[in-house]
Design a protein around this ligand. Structure first.
Ligand code: HEC
Ligand code: HEC
Ligand code: HEC
Ligand code: HEC
Ligand code: HEC
Ligand code: HEC
Length: 449
């Protein structure tokens, strides 16, 4: 009987240990990965850690700014909005002379995010120095990296300590059992402090057990919730065959979305442009930097085009296989023209501000979508059923006339609703608004096959 319960405790403490290690590893991994991921997602298109490119190298840039006499915190303002920083800090103003290229704005990045990025950058070894035998890079210590990293980490440390205590107690209990058995054989109790603690823990085993159970469950639940809120879909960012930047096309060059996604107002799908659409411009535009040329060469390869000399088509084409970014399950029906034309929604409501998307497209998390001016604020993660439903309950149907090939049906409904308005439909309208929901936007069959 005693042996079996001690066995049970041993298994329990092993299990606890496993859970802690898993949670710890996940926690540390997360803290380290953040700066890395943010840098690659947002900065790497223009910046390298140790080499100047479109933007200057970022290694130890905080120290550089501090030494150069920049105002406190102005480097963070720079990343959020470089124009504002340049206007308010003379040092930041000098930075703008680096090149004709301008830095992108990142209003969504918090100070912690920027520190995480720059910590990560500062922790990178200098590849050139490494090749030369560490002549220069080794001389630069990464002091800031260590202290700031813990801003997230201390939670894990505290949890770890709590766990260590609990495990100590649990394993103490096991030893207590053993020594109780030994006692009966005649061994003396050595009465140390730890022994006292173990006795205490054993006496209060119900509470100790219960507390540890609660902590374990809370941790498991919170890590699951964490996983859920990060979302398998939100921030989904598949790799693409060509590093196509929306910022250059829809932003800098102000090309209309419909030029490339040309079925978006007429059909279910928006469509991804064929290589011929790219060639309309890229027959002439072959890129200025080697990086651009490398990417644009892939368009030529796909189109079977040889740009040398007068330029000619070989006839040997091969499709560019873009990976789908926004993916709904097969059992869901979603229609673009319904939302863009009938509903009068802007693309950025669901896809984010593409004019600032330097990397290839990703699924924007709802928090980022909510920050965009003019967007309806929603709470459920992007592309989930909750997201669709919530907006249908929020968005009032547009009342203007609709101008498409198939506008008769909706124009008719809208007209009737407007004409009779609340008097006729009032009792169906809980909140006095005619939302998509009232039109049937909550009916399962509207969205599900
Ligand atoms: C679209 C290109 C682009 C992107 C993306 C970009 N930057 Fe920049 N960045 C620049 C350019 C260009 C400069 C130089 C200033 C100028 O010419 O206006 C610069 C300057 C800087 C500076 C000052 C460097 C110095 O030597 O003083 C910092 C710090 C900086 N960027 C941080 C970031 C961070 C952090 C990110 C990612 C969140 C980022 N940048 C993304 C283009 C970019
Ligand atoms: C020059 C052509 C071009 C223009 C202009 C353009 N796009 Fe795109 N778009 C593409 C290409 C190519 C892809 C596939 C690569 C990628 O995912 O980044 C794409 C992908 C997308 C995706 C993700 C597709 C998926 O698989 O889920 C969205 C959303 C999108 N574009 C929205 C927009 C919006 C909104 C605008 C206008 C502000 C716009 N695009 C303007 C060419 C263009
Ligand atoms: C309406 C004209 C137009 C169309 C259509 C167009 N592009 Fe571009 N693209 C440009 C311009 C302008 C630039 C900027 C070149 C520069 O900065 O010198 C550019 C730049 C690029 C770059 C390099 C960007 C960088 O800075 O890294 C890539 C890659 C690219 N385009 C891919 C595509 C692809 C793929 C398509 C088709 C889906 C496409 N483009 C369609 C006009 C166009
Ligand atoms: C109400 C939200 C919403 C709005 C507004 C919206 N989209 Fe989408 N978009 C989606 C969803 C959801 C998908 C995924 C569809 C699927 O997998 O069937 C998608 C997919 C796409 C795709 C991938 C290719 C395709 O056809 O499925 C492109 C490109 C795209 N959207 C472009 C646009 C453009 C351009 C606009 C603005 C004119 C726009 N979207 C407006 C929700 C929206
Ligand atoms: C940002 C708000 C918004 C989001 C998000 C959204 N919708 Fe809609 N939806 C609308 C609007 C607006 C209409 C058009 C209502 C009208 O007829 O004026 C609409 C209409 C519809 C309709 C037609 C309803 C009817 O009664 O005819 C369907 C089906 C639909 N949406 C499916 C979806 C699905 C599936 C998603 C999620 C993948 C989604 N919607 C996400 C706003 C949204
Ligand atoms: C406005 C559009 C919309 C309406 C209305 C709607 N759904 Fe959904 N539903 C979705 C979308 C989008 C998904 C896919 C979500 C995802 O992949 O996370 C989904 C997923 C589901 C799933 C599968 C969940 C899964 O794990 O894949 C079920 C079951 C479901 N819906 C049932 C219903 C029922 C029952 C109703 C009616 C009471 C309903 N839906 C009404 C949009 C809708």
């Amino acid at each position: 009987m005693r042996i079996s319960s001690s066995q049970m405790f041993r298994n329990f403490s092993k299990w606890c240990l496993g859970t802690i290690s898993a949670v710890f590893i996940a926690g540390t991994f997360h803290a380290n990965a953040q700066g890395d991921a943010l840098f690659k997602a947002k900065c790497a298109s223009c910046h390298q850690t140790h080499k100047d490119g479109t933007g200057p190298k970022l290694f130890q840039v905080r120290t550089k700014w501090a030494d150069g006499g920049a105002k406190d915190g102005s480097i963070y303002q720079w990343v959020n909005n470089w124009q504002a920083a340049a206007a308010s800090d003379p040092y930041a103003q000098t930075v703008t002379t680096y090149s004709g290229a301008a830095m992108q704005q990142f209003p969504e990045l918090k100070k912690e995010d920027i520190d995480a990025i720059l910590d990560w950058v500062d922790a990178q070894p200098d590849p050139a120095a490494a090749a030369e035998g560490g002549a220069e890079g080794a001389a630069s210590p990464t002091t800031t990296a260590v202290e700031e990293e813990s801003s997230n980490g201390w939670v894990w440390i505290i949890l770890g300590v709590i766990f260590a205590v609990v495990i100590g107690a649990v394993s103490g209990v096991r030893r207590q059992l053993k020594s109780a058995m030994a006692d009966s054989v005649g061994d003396a109790d050595n009465g140390t402090y730890t022994q006292e603690f173990k006795t205490w823990a054993w006496k209060n085993r119900k509470y100790v057990g219960l507390t540890s159970l609660v902590v374990v469950i809370a941790l498991i639940v919170s890590s699951f919730l964490g996983l859920y809120s990060i979302g398998v879909v939100e921030e989904y960012h598949p790799s693409q065959p060509i590093q196509f930047p929306h910022a250059v096309h829809a932003g800098t060059n102000k090309i209309d979305c419909k030029y490339c996604h040309n079925t978006v107002t007429e059909s279910r799908t928006a469509g991804i442009p064929s290589v011929n659409v790219c060639m309309n411009c890229h027959k002439q535009v072959n890129g200025r930097t080697p990086e651009q040329q490398e990417q644009i060469a892939k368009i030529y390869e796909a189109a079977g085009y040889i740009p040398e000399g007068a330029g000619k088509y070989t006839g040997k084409t091969k499709p560019i296989v873009w990976n789908k970014v926004h993916v709904l399950p097969d059992h869901v029906y979603f229609n673009h023209s319904q939302h863009v034309v009938v509903g009068g929604l802007d693309c950025k409501q669901c896809h984010g501000d593409m004019t600032k998307q330097v990397e290839t497209q990703k699924v924007w998390p709802i928090q980022e979508l909510n920050k965009i001016e003019g967007n309806i604020v929603l709470t459920k993660p992007t592309l989930t059923m909750g997201w669709c439903i919530e907006c249908h309950a929020e968005k009032e149907i547009s009342t203007g006339s609709i101008d498409t090939k198939n506008d008769g049906y909706y124009n008719e409904i809208h007209k009737r609703l407007l004409k009779h308005g609340k008097s006729l439909y009032g009792k169906y309208l809980e909140d006095g608004k005619v939302t998509v929901k009232e039109l049937g936007g909550w009916e399962c069959a509207k969205c599900h096959y």
